[in-house]
Each structure stands twice: as structure tokens, then as C-alpha cells.
Write a protein that binds this ligand. Structure first.
Ligand SMILES: Nc1ncnc2c1ncn2[C@@H]1O[C@H](COP(=O)(O)OP(=O)(O)OP(=O)(O)O)[C@@H](O)[C@H]1O
Length: 588
């Protein structure tokens, strides 16, 4: 996480716009098939190894070697031998082209340096390199084929390869005497098509399960990719993103210009947006936000910065992403894996819930601490002050600190990704009602009852001045009741919906440890004379202790009743993604 405050936003994510390569797929490319005007060639081989087999008519295999040599001349990515086998150095797709060249027996590219380079650009979707008078071009078929003089049959082949889920690249050459001032557009025309390459990039393991989690969590997922529609759709099907009936594929160029129409078009689970330009990503993020969504957007390219910044959560690829994307992002995925985005959302929801637990716990305590002062003031001093300022400090600093910290470390609930994301404020009506109107008053009542029980049993009656010893013993009982009440509150705060006995006792070992320490601190504060004298109390009498002990069951019982009442209210447990496949808006 680059910005800590984004953790809270992450938990509220309602739409994830993910790219494909490396996030949903492994970004381990391998050429499976080549089409040249001389025929088709099937390519086999293991990973990036330079040895493999080409199967096809001899003419097609020769043409494949020529195509591969041109593609490598137009690339910088290469394969290299590492201790654990052959790996890609640079762009994995270009490394796969290098492997193809070696498997096809193409002569290694000469050392003649390129005189001009027109680098890959996601808007042009092609690149070229001029070596002497030869211009080598490679790029997306829909970008390269219209610039070829002889593309017959290639478009249909490109569609066939893409429909099989392969990433398709067209490779072409041109012999040209290029003027020094000529730009890419002028250079990359009248091309001679060498053929098409179909590259496999297998889906990542765990993506399908992560998508199922997203659906349960009310998070819609859209694939936003620069790749072709057919390839993107095939991959969407393979990973389980495609939803029969509600999914559809839209091309970047066909996205409506109007933001409202764009938002309405994209506001569904399983949408595939293909051939997007970086500025499309920015528009997509803004259009979904305008519909009330909290948008997480992944990106890796230099041009993805504005979209990553505009999204509520910009997610950059740590391995394959550019520095620009990483700088613009809130979250950097060290493994580039889609499932990690979902894990981060889970952590975001957990952190949000833990901060609320922590706040509820502390607010409850405040009510119990304030009540004695209220009673004292309202009765005009007829009821003595049950606890003093130093005792309040003792409660806040000594006994409450560790349980509060332990609540902040409550592990993720298995149900945290069930149902639509919370879009509540940290302190909302539920937190305030629970702390100030339910748990707090119970603690306060038990504390005052313990206090008065000790006083009355020592012979005090309303309006009289209590003896110093009776007052100190009664105050010790009130103090004990508040500490024990907080004991119950700490367990009650572990869940906002389930009673304590459904949670198990070992779910948060830190809390159990913290409460053990709390008991020791309580005993010390009550019995160690200098401390007890400083705070102005003494150990409670048996009657006082008995009443104070009721604080735990009283808090837990009232908490369970409050949760049961809340569970009966309509609107709880709404399905995350409704049957139309529309993304659930954040819970209000
Ligand atoms: N290095 C490259 N040289 C030539 N063409 C490329 C290169 N990289 C990609 N292409 C072509 O451009 C198309 C779009 O690639 P781009 O990198 O914009 O998409 P993408 O970001 O890879 O999409 P995603 O990451 O979502 O899969 C690819 O389908 C491919 O045909």
C-alpha cells in the first residue's frame, strides 16, 4: 500500500477494472501457431526453450523462419539461459518471438544497428524498426493489416487465432528509402505482410476463485484491455469472468462519448472492454464513479498514470509495470496477480471493521466513566462521586489499552467478503447507538449498582456523607465493574452481528492475552497500596465484587439482544450482485 488511508477505500470497492496480461494471465507467452500466406504452422516447445518443433508445409515453415527473423529484428526482448532454465529477458511476448526464431532455424539477426525506431504505442498498437533500407513492423492485426498491400485472408485468420484465446501479432516488412524527417505514419505503409503469430498466455491459477469471491462480495469486475475483443472474450471465458447473459464485449472506439451513457453501459458484472487507449481508461473510471461506484483500476503503462490517479484505488503492477504507473498508484501488486487485488479488498474491509471495533470499545468505556460524574452533578452531590479523575486515567491508560489494540488486530472474518461493500462512515449511527445507548449504559448501570450496594451495605443513605473507607471500597467496586464491563465489551465488539458464543474463544488470541493482562493490572491497581491510595480506592467487598462480576454477563446478554433485534430488521443480508448482473451499489 503506498497510501495507508487507501486501505479504508479499498474495502469499499464496488468495481474492479482489471487489465488482462499478467493480471488475469501469467504473462508467460509462447507461440502456438503461425499463419503465413504459404500456410499454417503449428509450433511446439517447452516454455522459452530455443528448441521445439514446427509442423506444417515446408513452404510455410520457411516463411515462418523469415517472419520470425523480422519479428526479432523489431524486438528487444530475448530469451536467456538461467540456472533454472530458459527465461524471458524483457517483454515476454518478444522473448517468445525470439524462441520461435530459434525453433524455426532463422538466422540470428545481424549486428547492424537500427537507423530509426518507432516504438510501440498503445494508441497505434504497432512498432517498427528501420535497418538500412528494411523497415520491420509488428503490431496488432487491425493496426498493421490495413497498411499492407497484400493482406488477403489474413483478417479471417487473425479472428480465428484470437477466438482461440491467442494474442495475435501481424509482422510485415517494407523496403524503403525513408526521408530523415518521415514519421511513423509515413514509414509504416505499403507494407508487405509476412504473416500472423498466435501467442498463448495461460490464465493465472486462482483467478477463477478470486472472481467468485468478488461476486459474493458485490464487486463487479470488468476486463479493460488493449488486446483484441475475440482474445479478451476467450480469456474472460477461461477465467470465469464472462457471465452468459449479462456479459458483453465493447471496443474502446465504440464507447459512448457521453459519460452518463458510458456509465450505464459499463455498470454490469463481467464486461469486457477491448482495444482501449489509456484515455479510455480514464473515462471509464470517471463514468463509473459518477454512478456512485468506488473504482479500483489496474494499469502498468506510462500512459495509465491519469486513470490510476483518477480511480479511487489505482493498482499498479510491481513486476511488469512502469515507474510512472507505480508512482500514480495507491496499491502496487508485487506479484501482479488479480487475486491479490481481491486479498487487498479483504484486508481493506477487515481494517475498516477493526477500526469500528476499536472505536465502539472506547466509546462504550467513556459512557461508563462519565456516568458517575453525571449522577453526582444531577443529585447535587447527594450521591458521592463513584470514580475520580485518576481512576478514569487508570481505566483509559492501564486497563483499556491492550484489549483495544488487540481488537484492532482482529483477524479477517470468513464472512468479510460476503455481501455488498460497506459504504458507511467509520462512526455512524450503528456505532454510536451500540456504544452510547446499549453497551455503555449497561456498564454504567452495573458500576453504579456495585458502588451503591457497597455504600448502602456500609450504612450509607441518600444525601449523607459516606465514610472514607466505605467510599474507597465502593469506588473500588465501581472501578472493578467498569473494567469487567470492558472485558465483556471487548468480546462483544469482535462482531457487530453475531453473539459472543457464536464467535469461539480462540479466534483472537491477542485479545485473550490482553484480557489476562487486564485482570492482573486490575488486581495490582486495587491491591498494591501506593497505587490504590493514589487512585483513591480499595478492593471491593464481596457484595461489591458480586455485583461488579455481573458486568460481564449483563454486557454480553444485552449485546446479544441488540444484535438479534438488528438482524430482524429488513434490508440485512441483501445479495451482492442482483440477478440482472448489475453491480450492487455501495451499502448506504
Ligand atoms: N511490443 C509490441 N510490439 C508490437 N505489438 C504489440 C506489442 N505489444 C502489444 N502489441 C500489440 O498491441 C495490442 C495491444 O497491446 P497493449 O499492450 O496495448 O495491450 P495490453 O496492455 O497488453 O492489454 P492487457 O495488458 O490488458 O492484455 C496487442 O494485442 C498486440 O497485438
Amino acid at each position: 500500500m503506498r497510501r495507508l488511508e487507501s486501505v479504508e477505500t479499498l474495502g469499499s470497492t464496488t468495481v474492479i477494472c482489471t487489465d488482462k496480461t499478467g493480471t488475469l494471465t501469467q504473462n508467460r507467452m509462447a507461440v502456438l501457431e503461425v499463419w503465413t500466406p504459404a500456410g499454417r504452422v503449428q509450433v511446439s516447445g517447452v516454455g522459452y526453450e530455443p528448441t521445439g518443433q514446427l509442423t506444417g508445409p515446408p513452404g510455410a515453415r520457411e516463411a515462418t523462419a523469415e517472419l520470425a527473423r523480422a519479428a526479432v529484428r523489431c524486438s528487444t526482448g530475448r530469451i536467456q539461459e538461467a540456472p533454472d532454465g530458459w527465461t524471458a529477458s524483457g517483454d515476454p511476448m518478444e522473448a517468445a518471438l525470439d524462441a520461435l526464431a530459434r525453433r524455426s532455424g532463422a538466422p540470428a539477426p545481424d549486428d547492424v544497428p537500427a537507423t530509426r525506431r518507432f516504438p510501440f504505442d498503445p494508441r497505434r498498437r504497432r512498432m517498427s524498426v528501420l535497418v538500412g533500407h528494411e523497415l520491420y513492423v509488428k503490431g496488432a492485426p487491425d493496426s498493421v493489416l490495413p497498411r499492407c498491400t497484400d493482406p488477403s485472408g489474413a483478417a479471417a485468420e487473425a479472428t480465428r487465432l484470437a477466438s482461440a484465446g491467442l494474442r495475435v501479432l501481424a509482422v510485415a516488412v517494407r523496403t524503403v528509402d525513408l526521408p530523415a524527417r518521415a514519421g511513423a505514419d509515413e514509414a509504416e505503409r505499403e507494407l508487405h505482410l509476412l504473416g500472423l503469430v498466435g501467442l498463448e498466455d495461460p490464465p493465472r491459477e486462482g483467478v477463477d476463485a478470486a472472481l467468485v469471491e468478488c461476486r459474493r462480495a458485490g464487486i463487479a469486475v470488468a476486463m479493460v484491455t488493449g488486446d483484441a475483443g475475440a482474445t479478451a472474450t476467450a480469456i474472460a471465458r477461461q477465467v470465469g469472468l464472462w457471465q452468459e447473459g449479462s456479459s458483453r464485449v465493447v471496443t474502446g472506439a465504440d464507447l459512448p462519448a457521453d459519460a452518463t451513457a458510458l456509465g450505464a453501459l459499463l455498470d454490469h458484472d463481467g464486461i469486457v472492454v477491448c482495444r482501449v487507449a489509456p484515455e479510455d481508461k480514464l473515462r471509464i473510471a470517471r463514468a463509473l464513479q459518477a454512478r456512485g461506484h468506488v473504482v479500483a483500476m489496474t494499469g502498468d503503462g506510462v500512459n495509465d498514470g491519469p486513470a490510476l490517479r483518477a480511480a479511487d484505488i489505482g493498482v499498479a503492477m510491481g513486476r511488469s509495470g512502469t515507474d510512472v504507473a507505480r508512482q500514480a498508484a495507491d496499491l502496487v501488486l508485487l506479484d501482479d496477480h488479480f487475486a491479490t487485488v481481491v486479498a487487498a479488498v479483504r484486508q481493506g474491509r477487515t481494517t475498516f471493521a477493526n477500526i469500528r471495533r476499536f472505536l465502539t470499545y472506547h466509546l462504550t468505556d467513556n459512557v461508563a466513566e462519565l456516568a458517575p460524574f453525571l449522577v453526582f452533578s444531577v443529585t447535587g452531590g447527594a450521591v458521592p462521586l463513584a470514580i475520580g479523575v485518576l481512576q478514569v486515567l487508570g481505566l483509559d491508560i492501564a486497563t483499556d489499552l491492550l484489549p483495544a489494540l488487540a481488537l484492532g488486530a482482529e483477524p479477517s472474518s470468513p464472512r468479510v467478503l460476503e455481501g455488498p461493500p460497506p459504504r458507511r462512515r467509520l462512526v455512524d449511527r450503528h456505532v454510536l447507538t451500540r456504544a452510547l445507548a446499549v453497551l455503555g449504559p449497561v456498564e454504567a448501570t452495573v458500576a453504579m449498582t456495585a458502588f451503591l450496594t457497597v455504600l448502602v451495605s456500609a450504612g450509607w443513605s441518600y444525601g449523607e456523607t459516606a465514610s472514607g473507607t466505605a467510599l474507597a471500597t465502593a469506588s473500588g467496586a465501581a472501578f472493578t465493574a467498569i473494567v469487567l464491563g470492558q472485558f465483556g465489551t471487548a468480546f462483544a465488539c469482535r462482531s457487530s452481528s453475531r453473539p459472543v458464543w457464536r464467535l469461539g474463544w480462540r479466534g483472537n488470541p491477542l485479545l485473550v492475552g490482553a484480557l489476562g493482562v487486564e485482570v492482573l493490572v486490575l488486581a495490582a491497581v486495587l491491591t498494591v497500596p501506593p497505587v490504590a491510595d493514589l487512585l483513591g480506592h480499595r478492593p471491593p467487598s464481596l457484595a461489591g465484587l458480586a455485583v461488579a462480576g455481573c458486568a460481564v454477563p449483563a454486557v454480553l446478554a444485552v449485546d446479544a439482544i441488540g444484535k438479534a433485534v438488528r438482524a430482524r430488521r429488513p434490508g440485512r443480508g441483501v445479495d451482492a450482485v442482483d440477478r440482472t448482473g448489475r453491480a450492487a451499489p455501495p451499502r448506504g
